[in-house]
Ligand binder design. Sequence first.
Ligand SMILES: CC(C)(COP(=O)(O)OP(=O)(O)OC[C@H]1O[C@@H](n2cnc3c(N)ncnc32)[C@H](O)[C@@H]1OP(=O)(O)O)[C@@H](O)C(=O)NCCC(=O)NCCS
Length: 217
Amino acid sequence: MSAMSDAVRPQLPGNSQVDVIGATEIGAAAHVAARALHDDPMFVFLSKDAQRRRRALPVFLRAVLESGLAGRATYVARRSGVVCGVAAWLSPGTYPLSISRRARQALGALRALAATPRTIPAGLSAMIAMERAHPLEEHWYLALLAVDPAEQGHGFGAALLQEILTREGADLWPAYLETTNPRNLAWYGRFGFDVEEELRPIATGPAIWTMRRPSAG
Ligand SMILES: CC(C)(COP(=O)(O)OP(=O)(O)OC[C@H]1O[C@@H](n2cnc3c(N)ncnc32)[C@H](O)[C@@H]1OP(=O)(O)O)[C@@H](O)C(=O)NCCC(=O)NCCS
């Protein structure tokens, strides 16, 4: 367990918990993530139309969550039994996903982008750039982390992150993530992540930062 992660272990509000996602919670988790990512710079760039984002994001994020289940480390935060946050990790050795899971995820992305067909090339460029930058060594991959906007600032994000980062032996591997929101850089820094690369796959689009938390060894 790293000292960095210990230092920021949050006290969650009463009646809340972080637990492995239940089979019936995927839809709720996708909607929570869609609300959280509604104003994310990349998704706003891909569709300026808020209504379209509201329709497209749950479709895409459901596909991300379903393929992420292969990593066997998807957690939800619940408050009074209601899902209010989600973290989908792929455990070391799970990335890259199998061809069929990747195809399903790409299909989800295309279905979501279909709402705004002109942005398909930009969306694909972003996905390809992330794929190219992805580490080849074994690592924990944070495919998705999101907390319902109404529940942010109560420690759920930190608790979801630490479910893996403070797990016994987790720091034998590096941890890796991408973010398109500059607000997140300092926040992830609190947990030992450093910016590795700034990707600019779309000339007029937002940056994608890759972040890495080194292993303990
Ligand atoms: C990033 C995110 C998961 C954090 O979740 P959270 O439950 O609000 O986080 P916590 O409550 O554990 O931490 C919030 C603290 O970090 C600070 N903070 C810094 N950057 C922040 C950010 N980008 N979002 C939220 N809080 C941030 C808050 O001010 C707060 O400070 P405090 O502890 O001193 O009060 C959440 O804001 C979110 O879902 N954002 C939108 C989706 C997203 O960008 N996900 C990450 C994709 S890589």
